[in-house]
Design a protein. Structure first.
Ligand code: ZN
Length: 414
């Protein structure tokens, strides 16, 4: 049966069903509760029905809208990381961070990076741990690679105070107005504004918060500068996001450093997000990968959680901290039912190649590259190799990590 014939058959059968139902409904009061008024109040002639069919035929059946979301973890810019971008002529270029994941980026619509360190500009001087300031040329490389959502609510947001935050916000707004920078705000109104990605009417809300700012308080006259995890604020935002969008994504900066699973704070907020009907959570901050979970709330609503994507690029000196993750989530909106759901999710482990400070997907990595990784020069890291990486991914991700495919890949049947 052709699509058109199938559609006609459906229209005719629905008309038959409607008219059968009409005969069964005897009491006018029942009619009002069923809401089939247009058909029940008029006797349609053959011509009317024919017209109705033609009219319906013109209406296109809208296919489900599909959005692919991709996210990477912390861009944590220690000194060797920012010096890796110095060119012969003295200019800075960081395209090498993203060159090996460009194909993946090109396939996604929403591309998110956690810019852990502030892009305060050269006037503040570049600095490493514990109070970072990083080159804005890193932002240029992120924009060039195609990232369109930059997360800036991190424990390092306040490292260089208001000036650096102001410079970072202005850098993104003036140079890349089409990119959504989330997590930092210049006034209260901006902070209350929900950031929404829209594609053909499919609206996806994106929220970003940090657990804190390393003990550096927000200025008392500017409490809106950085989005902090606060139960009242988060609850209000999520409720607003649920009203304004079809699908709600929370991207929290949380957790305990170097721990492979959620801590109490992560568990508490995960529960809150789930109770409020959030659809997807992707976390950052612990500098290592954490596990993935699907949580179902009392109403049967499912929420997918990647607790931590670990580092994307960093100069950290332990072998588990050069293993991060690239999350990929396929989301659909069915225009017939107005339902939104995840059709597939994936976690591709990624390896920071220290020395060059480029990053490889695990499926493109091998022992030869592992041998050249400068992480091996660090104490306790001389056995960094493919076996170590695969074992660590299995330890953290459990059975969902497929050692043959070197990734987590879950397809969901609807
Ligand atoms: Zn952090």
């Amino acid at each position: 049966m052709t699509k058109k014939a199938l559609k006609n058959a459906l229209i005719i059968s629905s008309l038959i069903l409607t008219s059968c139902a009409n005969q069964e409904v005897k009491e006018p009061t029942d009619i009002t509760t069923i809401n089939w008024e247009p058909v029940t109040t008029q006797e349609s002639t053959i011509e009317d029905t024919q017209e109705e069919i033609e009219e319906l035929e013109v209406e296109e059946v809208k296919e489900p809208e599909h959005v692919d979301l991709l996210m990477i973890g912390d861009v944590l810019v220690h000194k060797p990381v920012y010096t890796s971008g110095i060119q012969e002529d003295g200019t800075l270029n960081y395209d090498h961070f993203f060159i090996n994941i460009q194909d993946d980026l090109d396939e996604a619509e929403i591309k998110i990076v956690n810019q852990e360190t502030i892009l305060g500009g050269t006037e503040l001087g570049f600095s490493s741990y514990p109070c970072f300031n990083s080159p804005q040329e890193i932002g240029d490389a992120e924009a060039k690679a195609g990232f369109n959502v930059i997360l800036h609510a991190t424990n390092h947001s306040m490292d260089k105070g208001f000036t650096a935050i102001n410079n970072t916000i202005n850098f993104w707004r003036e140079k890349y107005p089409e990119i959504k920078m989330i997590g930092l705000n210049l006034n209260e109104e901006e902070q209350n504004n929900i950031q929404i990605y829209e594609q053909n009417g499919f609206k996806i809300a994106l929220l970003n918060y940090t657990y804190g700012t390393n003990g550096i308080p927000l200025p008392s006259d500017k409490p809106y500068l950085v989005n902090l995890l606060d139960k009242d604020k988060v609850t209000n935002d999520i409720l607003k996001a649920k009203e304004e969008a079809d699908f709600v994504v929370v991207l929290p900066h949380w957790g305990t450093e170097y721990q492979y699973g959620p801590d109490t704070l992560q568990q508490e907020y995960t529960q809150l997000f789930s109770d409020l009907g959030v659809d997807l959570v992707i976390g950052t901050h612990p500098h290592v990968l954490e596990n993935i979970e699907v949580i179902t709330n009392d109403e049967g609503h499912e929420m997918l959680v990647f607790y931590s994507l670990g580092n994307y690029v960093s100069g950290q000196n332990k072998k588990d901290r050069v293993i991060g993750g690239m999350a990929k989530v396929s989301i659909e909106k069915d225009y017939e039912t107005n339902e939104c759901y995840i059709t597939e999710y994936e976690l591709d482990p990624v390896i920071t190649q220290q020395g060059e400070y480029t990053v490889y997907k695990l499926e493109d990595y091998n022992d030869e590259l592992a041998n050249q990784n400068r992480i091996r020069n660090q104490s306790g890291c001389s056995d960094f190799n493919m076996e170590y990486i695969n074992d660590k991914c299995s330890e953290i991700l459990g059975e969902t990590f497929n050692q043959e495919q070197e990734k987590v890949l879950v397809k969901i049947k609807k």
